[in-house]
Design a protein around this ligand. Structure first.
Ligand code: 5GP
Ligand code: MG
Length: 176
């Protein structure tokens, strides 16, 4: 495993994101919608650095099986009222952009005032959708990464840093 982002770098990057978000919303009441499970560590750190009025909601989206993307399964059952609210959708990583591009219309159906997106990581040059996240912590190379909420086969989410898995650490028979 090769460390890409240390705890110190992550702390500074999240503080910078929080500053940008605070300035952008400038006191307007915000609803942060975290995408489970990968965003939980970012969500916990980010909301504690945002000293502005906000609510927190969660939804679930799951696409990866091991290191490969599969069909997206969405669960919006836990989402509370977002009608008329400024919504900031928070996810762990923006890769192709499919996850956010499918989530945005689902949330938009519920009549929010606005929807913006924040991600901890963005893989460079991978986007296949015509938009970019509004707030980005770090641009990273196109590697499979774990830690700080991100998993490989449900493991490694608890690492306090972000690391790239190396070839020998990935079992390519992923049973999909
Ligand atoms: P996208 O839909 O933008 O292609 O991918 C976003 C989702 O794929 C993320 O929310 C995350 O669940 C998963 N994903 C994409 N790249 C990685 C990666 O390098 N590591 C892990 N653990 N998950 C990833
Ligand atoms: Mg995800």
């Amino acid at each position: 495993m090769k460390v890409l982002l240390t705890e110190d770098q992550l702390r500074d990057g999240i503080q910078r994101m929080a500053n940008e978000i605070r300035e952008h919303y400038a006191g307007r009441p915000l609803t942060i919608v975290g995408v489970l499970i990968g965003s939980v560590v970012l969500l916990a750190d980010l909301i504690r650095r945002l000293d502005i009025p906000l609510r927190v909601e969660i939804i679930q989206a799951r696409s990866y099986r091991g290191t490969r993307p599969g069909p997206l399964a969405l669960n919006l059952d836990m989402l509370g009222e977002i009608r008329g609210r400024e919504v900031l959708l928070v996810d762990d990583i923006f890769d192709t952009g499919h996850t956010l591009s499918e989530l945005i219309p689902e949330l938009d159906d519920q009549g929010p005032l606005s929807i913006r997106t924040a991600v901890l990581l963005r893989k460079q040059g991978q986007a296949t959708v015509p938009f970019q996240p509004n707030f980005v912590g770090f641009d990273i190379p196109n590697l499979f990464v774990v830690g700080f909420g991100l998993d490989y086969r449900d493991m490694y989410r608890n690492l306090p840093y972000v690391a790239a898995l190396e070839a020998g650490e990935i079992t390519e028979e992923e049973g999909r």
